[in-house]
Design a protein around this ligand. Sequence first.
Ligand code: FPP
Length: 244
Amino acid sequence: MLQQPLAAAKPPPPVHVAIIMDGNGRWAKARGLPRVAGHRAGADAVRRTLYACRDLGVRYLTLYAFSSENWKRPPTEVEDLFGLLRLYLRRELAELHANGVRLRVIGERSRLAPDVVALITDAEKMTAGNTRFTLIIAINYGGQAEIVAAARRLAEEAKSGRLDPAAIDEAMFERFLDTHEIPNPDLLIRTSGEQRLSNFLLWQSAYTEFLFTPTLWPDFGREALEEAIDEFHRRERRFGAAGE
Ligand code: FPP
């Protein structure tokens, strides 16, 4: 009997997708709206993209919500962005939890308002046991500062005699980063046509595939994500090995 040809197996989705959400301001400007309207529409794109990731089998999503450079924006815009983050953490938390989403926040917390820190800590505590999906939000995050902080902590351990400097290797270094226990991103997407890393996940993106799309962040959603994952599947990842 003739064997049926096997259907081509669908390649596995990227385990971890990271996104630099860019273009909110331009989206608003094109509509004659204030910048905050772009950020609000951006928060809707966050919701769409998160659930699209989960449905497509992605396990980790990291979003660059506020960089350590974003403090240079006008104070009213900074307030608007933190207003949206507060709203997101308050309004979406129950739904995230019900959907098995674990929330982690990376970045330097000492400069954040105490109520924001409390919202983050509570959300992390409440969702800590969820295993289905991990949402990582980068707030006051900068990759260089994260690496320096890890180096400082390692130096302190060595100074106190708890650590032999000769034992420091990449695996140990990673344990001192904000992203410890999170796999490195497979795919990093930046929206709005800019082609820069802007101090995002510098250590973690050593072997990440980068995808730059002209789509503005508020227009991003399931369809754009599917296209990005299709492009990811067309790439050949070699992790430094020789090609065929
Ligand atoms: C970049 O667009 C976007 C940001 C700096 C902020 C991203 C924040 C959100 C999407 C809202 C809330 C986030 C969460 C996680 C709920 P831009 O203002 O630099 O756009 P432009 O380059 O067109 O001016």
